[in-house]
Design a protein around this ligand. Sequence first.
Ligand code: HEC
Ligand code: HEC
Length: 486
Amino acid sequence: MESLDSSAIPWRLAAAALVLDERRRNPSAAIDRATARSILKRFGFLYPATIANLPADLRPRGGEMPLGITHGAIAPIGGTRVEVANLGCAACHAGVTYDETGGPRPDRAWLGTPNSSIDLEAYTQAIFDATRRHIGSEELLTTAATLYPEMGWRERQSLRWLVIPLAKRRLAALEGQPRPLPFPNGSPGSTNGVAALKHALGAPLAEGGPGDDGIVSVPELGRREWRSALLADGAYALPGVKPGATVEADLTAERLRELAAITSFFTVPSMGVHPDRAQQRIGDAEAVFAWLRTYRPQPFPGAIDHGAARRGAAVYRAQCAACHGDYAMNESAAPQLVRFPNWIGDVGTDPLRARLFDAELRKAVGNTGYRKLIAVKAGRGYAAPPLAGLWSSAPYLHNGSVTSLGALLDPTQRQARFLVGGHALDFESVGLRLGPAGAYPDGYRPFSTPQWTDTTQPGRGNGGHLFGAGLTAADRQALIEFLKRL
Ligand code: HEC
Ligand code: HEC
């Protein structure tokens, strides 16, 4: 109920509004769930037929909800009933798999891979626009009833007498505003957790909101349990751990519990949960970390030149391992991380996101019940992340500003403007498959609506991290072959 003020939505009403809005554009669109589904897919939500790495003892949920949407019925006041939906972890932390040529398989998802197409800005805006347009019309309720014939009398009455009046009141408060949120809410594959957290905790937003654009691209979750501080800038450190403390396979249960406690706090910005209640979910986050210990990212589905990968391992050891960690090589399976330095510093990448985790936000986090669970340390630059599952997680850097590993390692190849969302991968440069000028190749049909990334915009800069720039072309290619195996 509480998160209805922020992230959650009365699902059936919102779906009805989206479908009615679709009919304005396309009068022949049917009022059915297939239409609702096709609209939601455009925002990068997935309806996979299979989840390739679902643990054997779990059964797929199925049903009409996209992957990662959590939902259930609430009774805001006695005798009412409303079906409510919110973003769960897998909306952002499960992505598509790829075939051996880099073609995306939205029908086959992988938990732990970033959803590099999820576009919460477009999703929020579409629900806002559609609700505003249709809230006053009787058709909204009849459409909801057509879409959800199983909806009972109680929910229909709850929507009519409780939810619609509340929504009208909220929309009246936003009268004349073009957007429902004061801050930019990300772009495909990137979300704005810092601004969402400020919003949730009542901390001031940069320039009142529009300037709080410190977006972060959703990370791959592989080997994140080796970190001693979470977030792109390592702002959430484990209490009592020295910054930059090297982790060697000493992942004690105690450490995992502490990481889980920090992770439970992520439900505050991403789901609109109150910090006091978020703490009650630490046990669930512990279960997530127990799973992450056994988790393996998707193996690279294309060809790997193993001779080159061996040479690349040596280049990696010399040029990258000091910050990104040491691997034990293994001919058959993926190289194993054996030491992770938790390096944090300034490598010249776009500073905006790190800067926006400011003193006011530090104080606001410290004023929640998480004071003893999170040692907030901002202002140190960015953390060198574990590189597990790297090949599937383009675009790169914390802000998703670099299209491929080839372009990361050879800055002359970095593109100023490019599309992201519903993309295919290119296995040569290992990154987004793009045509000239950053558009998709002719004839490619993205599975979700892409948006342009313009790296000249604040927060989107693609400079810095010049490691690898001095390598010969052969060494660079060998390094990329090695990175495919992580
Ligand atoms: C709205 C999309 C979204 C949702 C929902 C979401 N996350 Fe995340 N997650 C992110 C982004 C983006 C980051 C990186 C944030 C940053 O670095 O500032 C992140 C970071 C993380 C990290 C830390 C990775 C690291 O190395 O710092 C963990 C662990 C994690 N999420 C787990 C979860 C779990 C568990 C849930 C469900 C309770 C969840 N996330 C829900 C988008 C999301
Ligand atoms: C001095 C420390 C340091 C060295 C050396 C270093 N990196 Fe990094 N690396 C970082 C930091 C810090 C980041 C995060 C920067 C950001 O996101 O703004 C990063 C980010 C990355 C990313 C982006 C990860 C993602 O998920 O988007 C890749 C890929 C990467 N490094 C590869 C390499 C390779 C390959 C080398 C060796 C040629 C290397 N790095 C050398 C510190 C380092």
